[in-house]
Write a protein that binds this ligand. Structure first.
Ligand code: NAD
Length: 529
């Protein structure tokens, strides 16, 4: 991504195809003042949208889904062109996920957002009061998203926010602003959302001001790097604005001695290199039981050498380019650091010559350890460092030796062992004999431990992030008593009666004694009516 000032004085983002470095277009950016106006517009639209009710809002979202289904090839094309991933990945990991999420949650949301009675155990409250949770939309939401899944990631936050009755300001990553505009097209043109309900903010994160993180914005759904997440969280904290933070990862794969090596090596190669390794839940480091280490490495090298890297013109490509020059620089630096500290490259290791774009050979590194950046910092590129371990305890210790905790996987033919190790690994999701794919399962939560995030997206928990569970409590004594037991006037009689009440709540058999005391203490009783 680059930016410049156009002839009309407006700053524009220059969208680039990372496979060819060809300019795809120039997109005007919003000024901080325009961002503020967009926030006010979203605030004005809120009451009307919230008032529609979940069923009507769901009908709008079904129109989004149908628009996407009608234009699926055009969406896969633009995602592939601006982001670099093969169209098959755009289809399976971006479009499918979104249409499935809409279908499932439009049906499910009315049940989840229904008022929920709270059963009260205290006999006095049970007899005279009722309580319930009423799930109210929060108001204006800001969805800020990264470039690596430029369609699926923002869409899940946007769709849940809208379904719950919020209005949304959406800031796509600067590297994928065109895809951001395609999202805008599906919602505003495809579904015809009322004005102000959904607004796309094309802007540079650093220069757009802080209006997306201040009232009347009520919650921020951020996905991106841990560094930027911490900065945004700090601004939100000043304004007491809650956030969902889906941040970086350094996901480990643990391969036990009894693993199916063919399955595990295929899983490792896909998990490390899909989307050119630019996945928050990429397999970024592998720990393998020493007796099977050599064979596992051999299988991974064989499979990696067979991968086809290039621009997706005819679908016959497995890996596209890195998304931008900065990312290429990080991959290069991590490999250089590893080599300087004694690692060896078994395949890959350099930029692909003869191709204009940001293409990097898928790379397998061995003789690695935790002094190396490739084992401790997020690489976010096509590298697969593999290290042996001698005991399960050592594997768990190495896997958990990270500031991150997004996902992890364990590979074994023994489900009980898989479950036992999964419980010990620190990650928001741990998969046994698979990796990362649960991002595409809309019923399961996506979440990070440690510096990988706060809160949840996807699943029922992700939808409930978008509402406020207001508590409504109603008295049903209908004027029978003119005051509650705990109101004025205070007196020694009131003190004695309340003491008995406390006893009665703890020991049911003390209840008659308490009722008797109320009935016989006339001095107290007369204060109640
Ligand atoms: P990034 O943090 O650089 O940018 C994310 C978004 O924040 C972009 O829209 C960007 O324009 C905006 N931004 C950047 N600086 C800003 C600032 N100072 N103020 C306001 N907004 C700002 O992340 P990225 O490079 O786009 O994405 C890669 C990162 O995202 C990786 O660390 C990856 O692990 C993480 N990620 C996490 C998940 C997850 O679910 N946990 C998913 C995808 C990506």
């Amino acid at each position: 991504m680059a930016s410049k000032t156009a002839n009309n004085g407006k700053n524009v983002l220059i969208s680039i195809n990372p496979a060819t470095l060809e300019v795809l277009g120039e997109i005007p950016m919003k000024t901080p003042q325009e961002v503020k106006e967009a926030v006010r517009g979203a605030d004005r639209a809120f009451d009307g949208w919230a008032g529609l009710g979940v069923a009507e809002r769901g009908r709008y979202l079904l129109k989004v889904r149908d628009y996407l289904l009608e234009h699926v090839d055009a969406y896969c094309d633009v995602i592939s062109k601006e982001n670099g991933k093969p169209r098959l990945e755009a289809l399976s990991a971006e479009l499918f996920l979104v249409t499935d999420l809409i279908t499932y949650y439009v049906k499910r949301a009315p049940e989840l957002l229904k008022d929920r009675p709270i059963s009260l155990h205290n006999p006095i409250f049970k007899a005279t009061k009722s309580s319930k949770l009423v799930y109210e939309p929060l108001g204006v939401m800001a969805v800020v998203s990264p470039w690596n899944y430029p369609f699926a990631i923002p869409m899940s936050g946007i769709l849940f926010s809208l379904l719950a009755g919020n209005t949304v300001l959406f800031k796509p990553a600067s590297d994928t602003a065109m895809i951001g505009l395609k999202i805008d097209e599906a919602l505003n043109k495809g579904a015809g959302l009322p004005e102000g309900v959904f607004t796309t903010i094309i802007a540079s994160g650093r220069a757009m001001g802080t209006a997306l993180f201040e009232p009347p914005v009520r919650k921020v759904i951020f996905t991106g790097s841990t560094d930027v997440g911490k900065k945004i969280n700090a601004i939100c904290a000043k304004n007491l604005i809650p956030t969902v933070m889906e941040l970086g990862g350094k996901d480990p794969m643990v391969v036990c001695e009894d693993a199916d090596l063919e399955l595990a090596s295929r899983g490792a190669v896909w998990g490390a290199f899909m989307n050119c390794g630019q996945v928050c839940a990429s397999i970024e480091r592998v720990y393998v039981a020493r007796p099977i280490y050599d064979r596992f490495v051999e299988l991974c090298v064989e499979k990696t050498k067979a991968l086809r890297v290039g621009q997706d013109l005819d679908h016959e490509v497995d890996i596209g380019p890195l998304a931008n020059e900065e990312q290429l620089g990080i991959v290069e630096a991590h490999i250089r650091d590893a080599l300087e500290k004694g690692a060896r490259i078994l395949t890959g290791g350099k930029r692909i010559q003869g191709l204009q774009g940001y293409f990097w050979e898928p790379t397998i590194l061995v003789d690695v350890n935790h002094t190396m950046d490739c084992m401790t910092e997020e690489t976010f590129g096509p590298t697969l460092p593999i290290m042996p371990f001698d005991s399960e305890d050592e594997a768990v210790r190495l896997a958990n030796d990270s500031v991150f905790g997004l996902t992890a996987s364990v590979w074994t033919k023994d489900p009980a062992k898989g479950d036992a190790i999964a419980r010990r690994l620190q990650g928001g999701t741990v998969t046994v004999n698979d990796h990362a794919y649960t991002y595409g399962v809309c019923e399961t939560p996506w979440q990070g431990m440690k510096e990988s995030g706060i809160g949840r997206s996807h699943s029922d928990a992700g939808l409930m992030e978008m509402v406020f569970p207001k508590h409504v409590n109603t008295d049903h004594s209908l004027g029978f008593m003119k005051r509650r037991m705990w109101w004025y006037p205070y007196s020694s009689a009131a003190y004695e009666v309340q003491k008995m009440a406390f006893n009665a709540f703890v020991h049911a058999k003390a209840f008659p004694k308490f009722l008797l005391s109320v009935a016989t203490r006339k001095d107290y009783r007369k204060t109640l009516y």
